[in-house]
Design a protein around this ligand. Structure first.
Ligand code: 9GP
Length: 829
């Protein structure tokens, strides 16, 4: 027996990483876990057997990590987020364990194909878009940087809807990601916390004769933990994503409460379970969405009870809770944590208000992710009071003390006091969640430089006047593991080959080493081959799923993100319509053949966004079937844009559209994912685009449009889109062509809401930026015709993208915000 074979034979099947151990484990799992023999196993059985094999290996590392952290009593980040979009786990976990190649070989030996196996994986769509995906990137980087962390959230049974397109319209289908089980999670039925709702608060006298306040809820729900291990890349550390599922406490429903009322009892059970049933789509007004407030409270309460349990177990007291935990509030959704932590400390652990506030304010940190007024959460006081009566009392007390501080700081400024209050008294009484988050946090940050500075001068201005030292910026980042190595293995290999190492995967600044080779004809040729192959793969996928297979020889111009008016997909469309007309009028015009590819979901209740999807399809239908233009111009729509499908798009794009109105996109992270994959950006000076352009070089970025300041000025002067419409013949004719019914079989009503809105109100100033956009697009058109120049720019985009690694972002949070050190775990032999 050879040495290697002996090693294989000795390696433990459950945790070994050799080919032999992996193969035995897959067969074992197929047999003992799935109850199948290879000849009858379905693709999904094979997937599960492989997934369990990987999971065992993760668990070993993860348990070691947990033990190590416990022994050291390590300071821990608790990331509280109502959304997570991790994407498919299998390949990412294989990569992080370093077994991708071996696993591919094992699959082949077993007569299976890893690519096919991975396709069967359902992704957990537990988020709407950028915010949830950011949380997943941060979990990846926390583990990779060996920082002890727990991600807390909700285990929605139905995540973001699946998008199908029917006659050009978006149709939402329920997401059943759990239907084949979820091999990555470990249910912890014993790790359950009670969460109350409703009822009332009352005084009582405790056994020491002290008068206290307590809450008597009238509905109890249990939160049950489901754990998913999150491995770091190339390290032994594994962290934990702990998601809560709601269940009815049986004793409550079936014995005490509903004796003899079977149907009532079942109803109570259903009501309890409804809490974690479904993710709320964003971009819709949240007012009155009682279930959403319940979800928010449910998950923060479970998470805090869990932290308190751990702290009491390890330290026996909560006095140093804030030294143990750095709680990060991902937007305002978990802001109730501030009030709930106060309640738990004061009412349940009998701490003084002052000490509890000291602990709370030193534990929490708040990230704001949007300046859009409609996205700033507020809750009607009446609803809040009905669901969380004791919390409202605590919130009032926090507010009373806070407003006294404001009064002392800004003498005689009652207007400011009203502006800053946690309660908005202006239009029905509402709780302002962003104010609550700011008051209860020791650090507040925005997610890109522009956004952080706008935060200080707009919605958080008063707070900045009061506590300037609490404000920070941490520009977002995304993980190169998923968005380069997993999404685009040929590019990753080419980079490693060119740099002579793969260290850039952990240290993205080292991508700069590529710069020296940007003019190298050999690299340029291989770079183009990689891009063309990715375009081919995307074309095949689109062909299979939409019936239209774009020509990989054309420029792939991609806008993939949520559909929203501020992101201005309709600006892109106006340009396409203009190009169409231009080509019709000038059949011999010299143009670079282009395929415009869109992807993105619209919130189910957001009419304009859904109409924009319809318009994309309508324009595509006409253009794609017009032989006069379709050698130069095509339009495609990728249905069901999610993490998995994004991974197909980023590697294949030549041009990335980041064209939001300046000042509206807090950061954007798609811009980074595209640029990492050698995609050039056409974009406005908005969000992280500004920093991206500075990093990749102004010559390698297509900038257009007004600055945020110019936007504000223009709005202040009074913006009159109809003047632009009447004053610019090309613009008018593009708008008119849409209104004419050409794209709607003569129906002049269908797209009227879009065209009328543009002409008469245009809240996102599409018309104001149209001309600059169109000019820049012409430059893109010319530049693409020079492949060497284009490829050089593409290489430089990748080479200079290092700043946008989530590792950099997490290192900044660790230093500036959390003051936490890595805790590297060694894997003993
Ligand atoms: O809209 C922002 C997006 O610009 C940002 O990249 C992302 C992550 O920070 O958060 C989005 N915000 C939300 O989804 C809701 O506030």
């Amino acid at each position: 027996m050879s040495q290697a074979a002996k090693q294989d034979a000795n390696e433990p099947t459950r945790t070994g990483l050799s080919r032999g151990a992996l193969k035995r484990a897959v067969l074992d799992n197929l047999f003992y876990v799935m109850g199948r023999f290879p000849e009858v196993a379905s693709a999904s059985d094979r997937y599960s057997a492989v997934a369990y094999t990987v999971r065992d290996r993760l668990l070993e590392r993860w348990i070691r990590t947990a033990r190590y952290y416990k022994e050291r009593n390590s300071r821990t980040v608790c990331y509280l987020s109502a959304e997570y979009l991790p994407g498919p786990h299998l390949l990412n976990n294989m990569l992080n364990l370093g077994i991708t190649r071996t696993a591919g070989e094992v699959a082949r030996e077993l007569g299976a194909d890893l690519a096919e196996i991975r396709e069967t994986e359902e992704e957990p769509g537990l988020g709407n878009g950028g915010l949830g995906r950011l949380a997943a990137c941060y979990m990846d980087s926390l583990a990779t940087l060996q920082i002890p962390a727990i991600g807390y959230g909700i285990r929605y049974e139905f995540g973001i809807f699946d998008q199908v397109i029917v006659d050009g319209w978006q149709v939402e289908k329920g997401d059943t990601w759990l239907r084949n089980g979820n091999p990555w999670e470990i249910p912890r039925p014993k790790l359950t916390f009670p969460v109350g709702f409703g009822g009332r608060a009352e005084h009582y006298t405790d056994k020491h004769g002290v008068i206290r306040r307590r809450w008597l809820p009238d509905l109890m729900v249990n939160g049950v933990a489901y754990d998913t291990p999150i491995m770091g890349y190339g390290v032994t550390n594994g962290n934990l994503l702990r998601l809560w599922k709601s269940e009815a406490p049986e004793s409550f429903n079936f014995q005490a409460f509903n004796v003899g009322d079977y149907y009532g009892a079942v109803h109570a059970k259903i009501e309890a379970e409804t809490l974690s049933k479904v993710l709320y789509p964003n971009d819709e007004p949240v007012a009155g969405k009682e279930l959403r407030l319940k979800q928010q409270y449910f998950f923060v309460s479970c998470s805090l009870q869990d932290m308190i349990r751990l702290q009491l177990r390890n330290a026996g007291t909560l006095d140093r809770f804030h030294e143990k935990y750095a709680i990060q509030l991902n937007d305002t959704h978990p802001a109730l944590a501030i009030v709930e932590l106060m309640r738990l400390l004061v009412d349940e652990h009998f701490m003084s208000w002052e000490q509890a506030w000291e602990i709370t304010r030193n534990s929490c940190h708040f990230t704001n992710h949007t300046l859009l007024p409609e996205a700033l959460e507020t809750w009607p006081v009446a609803l809040f009071e009905r669901l969380l009566p004791r919390h409202l009392e605590i919130l009032y007390e926090i507010n009373r003390r806070f407003l006294d501080e404001v009064r002392v700081h800004f003498l005689n400024d009652e207007e400011r006091v009203a502006r800053m209050s946690l309660i908005d008294e202006s239009d029905g009484r509402k709780v302002r969640m962003a104010h609550l988050a700011a008051v209860g946090s020791r650090a507040i940050n925005g997610v890109a430089e522009l956004h952080s500075s706008l935060l200080k001068t707009t919605i958080m201005r008063d707070f900045h006047d009061l506590w300037p030292e609490r404000f920070h910026n941490v520009t977002n980042g995304v993980t190169p593991r998923r968005f380069m190595v997993v999404s685009n293995p040929p590019l990753a290999d080419l980079i490693s080959d060119t740099c002579g190492h793969a260290d850039w995967i952990r240290d993205m600044r080292r991508l700069r080493e590529l710069e020296a080779h940007a003019d190298d004809a050999g690299l340029q040729g291989r770079w183009r081959e990689v891009k063309t192959a990715a375009k081919g793969a995307l074309s095949d996928w689109l062909g299979q799923h939409t019936g239209f297979r774009p020509d990989p020889e054309t420029l792939f111009d991609v806008q993939a993100k949520r559909i929203h008016e501020y992101k201005r997909q309709h600006l892109n469309l106006l340009h396409i319509v203009w190009l169409y007309e231009h080509l019709k009028q000038n059949p011999n015009a010299e143009l670079t053949p282009r395929t415009f590819i869109f992807g993105g979901k619209a919130a189910p209740g957001y009419f304009m966004a859904k109409l924009i999807i319809r318009l994309i399809h309508a324009i595509g239908e006409v253009i794609n079937s017009d032989p006069q233009v379709n050698g130069f111009l095509r339009v495609a729509f990728m249905p069901d844009f999610n993490v998995k499908n994004g991974q197909r798009l980023y590697p294949a794009a030549d041009l990335s559209e980041q064209i939001s109105l300046a000042g509206k996109e807090a950061s954007g992270t798609g811009n980074m994912k595209f640029a990492m994959n050698g995609t050039l950006t056409i974009g406005t000076l908005d969000g992280a685009n500004i920093e991206l352009r500075d990093e990749v070089g102004h010559d390698n970025f297509y900038l257009f449009g007004m600055t945020a300041e110019e936007v504000q000025q223009r709005q202040a002067e009074g913006y009159r889109p109809w003047e632009l419409y009447h004053g610019d013949a090309q613009l008018r004719s593009a708008v008119d062509l849409i209104a004419s019914g050409l794209f709607s079989h003569g129906d002049t009503e269908l797209f009227r809401p879009i065209t009328e809105n543009l002409i008469h109100s245009d809240p996102f100033m599409v018309l104001a930026d149209f001309h600059a956009y169109q000019e820049r697009q012409q430059e893109v058109d010319r530049a693409y015709r020079d492949p060497n120049h284009w490829t050089r720019m593409s290489i430089l985009n990748t080479a200079r993208i290092g700043k946008f690694s989530s590792d950099r972002a997490i290192a900044e949070y660790a230093k500036k915000i959390w003051q936490i050190e890595p805790a590297p775990v060694e894997l003993a032999d």
